[in-house]
Design a protein around this ligand. Structure first.
Ligand SMILES: Cc1ncc(COP(=O)(O)O)c(C=O)c1O
Length: 159
């Protein structure tokens, strides 16, 4: 795993800005507040468009993403084997079944070949982790997903 600097001076000053803003308000931050909206807009700009919403944890984001796809109950989600237990929890709590694709030799990530080996007629989606700062072969996996009409969720928690 590469070392990660989670909080720089910039993050620290942004957190201080949020605390200062809410210190004078007679309410707690709640949901869909001004800072959340700013964060979501900046995230969309970074990605070049689209729509974003934020949640409190990585597990919650995977849970919500799977809910939004309305996958058939009991269907299989192909998932990376090197990940956080939250990946499996989100799948199981949605009434779906995890199917582990193998990691590539020399990498922490799954590939189109290892995903292909797990596709069955019950597969509905692929959950790709970009592990330890290394990007998975998302182009190859997307080609495979399109060919089999599968939905794809990217988990960039470790990117
Ligand atoms: C790849 C990956 N997915 C999901 C999670 C779950 O995130 P959280 O602990 O915020 O629920 C983590 C946490 O480290 C993670 O590394």
């Amino acid at each position: 795993m590469p070392t990660r600097g989670a909080l720089s001076d910039e993050e620290e000053s942004l957190i201080a800005e949020v605390i200062a803003y809410y210190r004078d308000k007679p309410t707690d931050p709640g949901y869909q507040g001004v800072f959340e909206e700013r964060y979501c807009n900046m995230f969309c700009d970074l990605l070049g468009g689209g729509w974003a919403d934020s949640v409190a944890t990585g597990t919650a984001s995977l849970y919500v993403a799977l809910q939004a796809l309305e996958l058939p109950k009991g269907s299989e989600v192909i998932v990376s084997p090197i990940t956080d237990p939250g990946s499996m929890s989100a799948i199981i709590l949605n009434g779906l079944s995890p199917a582990l694709a193998d990691a590539n030799p020399g990498s922490y990530n799954i590939s189109s070949d290892s995903v292909r080996a797990q596709i069955t007629d019950r597969t509905s989606a692929i959950m790709v982790v970009h592990a330890a700062g290394q990007a998975a072969d998302i182009s190859g996996i997307m080609d495979l997903a399109r060919a089999h009409n599968l939905r794809v969720i990217e988990d960039c928690s470790q990117a």
